[in-house]
Write a protein that binds this ligand. Structure first.
Ligand code: ZN
Ligand code: ZN
Ligand code: ZN
Length: 414
């Protein structure tokens, strides 16, 4: 997906690329692989490294404790993805001291055991979990606590009331630049997800998922089924935008019947779990044509392909995120189509579909080995047609390592 809103990057830069680069490097560039790799130590071992990096950054930033509720930080560190219940789930992670995971007692059986990472403290329905959390934090006056960006406001307000005198920050100030740099196990999961999405894209391009004469919704459902059949745990989205609908980047697949002369933007992805661990996301876009496209569509697609390839080629450690966006944009603008490229060039990807780093003007974060993101320029002529081309890449020592490798040409189907 492109993401509906343009979000500026975290802009911190510092801390990115320290620590886990070596782990990512060992997998990036190891070749296509079959998606079953990533055998570099245990998953808990990977998480211990993440925890160490988080604590080091908390120290640098003066954060006394991280308070993690819903969102991707919690599964990234613990292997546990909390359901978005109203009941409080909270990892209390002091900069110094033992981490304690408070979970509703009925959820406790779902928590993978990892005693070296955290102590599990289930709370009963009659207990007050906010009071339990406050009691775990020794001194509150003047302390700084960083709370999950995705925590309920209800949880944050209760914590603030229970911990007067504390200062509050977003957990992403600590975790986001660290999470953006994938370690070896994460790159393996993203690669497996991308391979699975590629298989569905190949079916589309071969005409084995029929398009002509069917509604966008029917095609979207078959793409979703294909993602599951290819091993995804769940489908996140399956955009099918045909003809003029393709000019709306996040078009909801609907009742329009796909026909001769249409270009069809298919953008889909899901969550793929390697070794039954936390799921990582796939996200790919291919545009296909029904019947021989006209000269204008051909010319636009040639520009799109050139822009996407130039942006991939521009990726290097140390190049900023906004420079990659600028390369794609320049190619399209020089062809006179700049006003039709209406979103950023890409977004980071991991446990979340959209996370740092964002490839967008204003994000001067230097790319680092292990950064994983989409490169997905698009051209949208309102009321007429649209097209987008999207791959996920990981930054390696020598440049981008594409995780999606399925054909980049616009397939022409009967
Ligand atoms: Zn999107
Ligand atoms: Zn996408
Ligand atoms: Zn995307």
């Amino acid at each position: 997906m492109t993401g509906a809103a343009v979000r500026s990057g975290d802009g911190t830069g510092s801390g990115v690329g320290t620590g886990s680069g070596a782990a990512a490097r060992s997998v990036v560039g190891a070749g296509g692989g079959d998606g079953t790799g990533g055998g570099t130590g245990s998953v808990v071992g990977d998480r211990q490294g993440r925890l160490d990096r988080v604590r080091a950054r908390m120290g640098e930033l003066g954060v006394d404790a991280l308070l993690l509720s819903h969102g991707a930080d919690l599964p990234w560190l613990t292997g546990y993805r909390a359901m978005p219940l109203e009941r409080l789930t909270l990892l209390v992670l002091p900069c110094d001291g033992e981490a304690v995971l408070l979970v509703p007692a009925l959820e406790a059986p779902r928590v993978p055991s990892a005693p070296s990472l955290f102590t599990l403290r289930p709370w009963a329905e009659s207990e007050d979990p906010v009071a339990l959390a406050a009691a775990l934090l020794a001194s509150t006056d003047g302390a700084t606590y960083a709370v999950s960006d995705r925590a309920w406001a209800q949880s944050l307000l209760a914590l603030q009331a229970a911990l007067p005198g504390a200062r509050w920050a977003a957990a992403s100030t600590v975790t986001s630049p660290l999470r953006a740099v994938k370690d070896a196990g994460e790159v393996a999961a993203l690669q497996a997800a991308a391979h699975a999405a590629d298989r569905v894209a190949a079916l589309l391009q071969a005409g084995e998922i029929p398009l002509a004469g069917r509604t966008e919704l029917q095609v979207s459902e078959e793409i979703g089924a294909g993602l599951l059949a290819a091993g995804h745990r769940r489908v996140n989205f399956a955009i099918v935008g045909s003809g003029p609908n393709g000019a709306s980047p996040h078009h909801d697949a609907g009742e329009r019947v796909i026909g001769e002369g249409d270009t069809v933007v298919c953008d889909f992805g899901g969550e793929y779990a390697l070794h039954d661990d936390v799921g990582y996301c796939s996200d790919i876009t291919r545009t296909v044509a029904i019947g021989e496209p006209g000269a204008e569509v051909r010319e636009c697609y040639a520009v799109l392909l050139a822009a996407q390839q130039a942006a991939v080629a521009a990726v290097r450690p140390g190049v900023t995120a906004e420079e990659v966006d600028a390369v794609a944009r320049r190619t399209i603008t020089e062809a006179g189509l700049g006003e039709y490229f209406i979103h950023r060039t890409g977004h980071g990807i991991g446990i979340e579909e959209h996370e740092d780093p964002y490839l967008v003007a204003g994000n001067a974060t230097p790319l680092a080995v292990g950064h994983a993101f989409s490169i997905e320029p698009g051209i949208y002529l309102r009321g007429r047609f649209g097209m987008r081309l999207e791959d996920i890449v990981v930054v390696g020592d020598d440049g981008a390592v594409p995780l999606n490798t399925v054909d980049h040409e616009m397939a022409v189907l009967g």
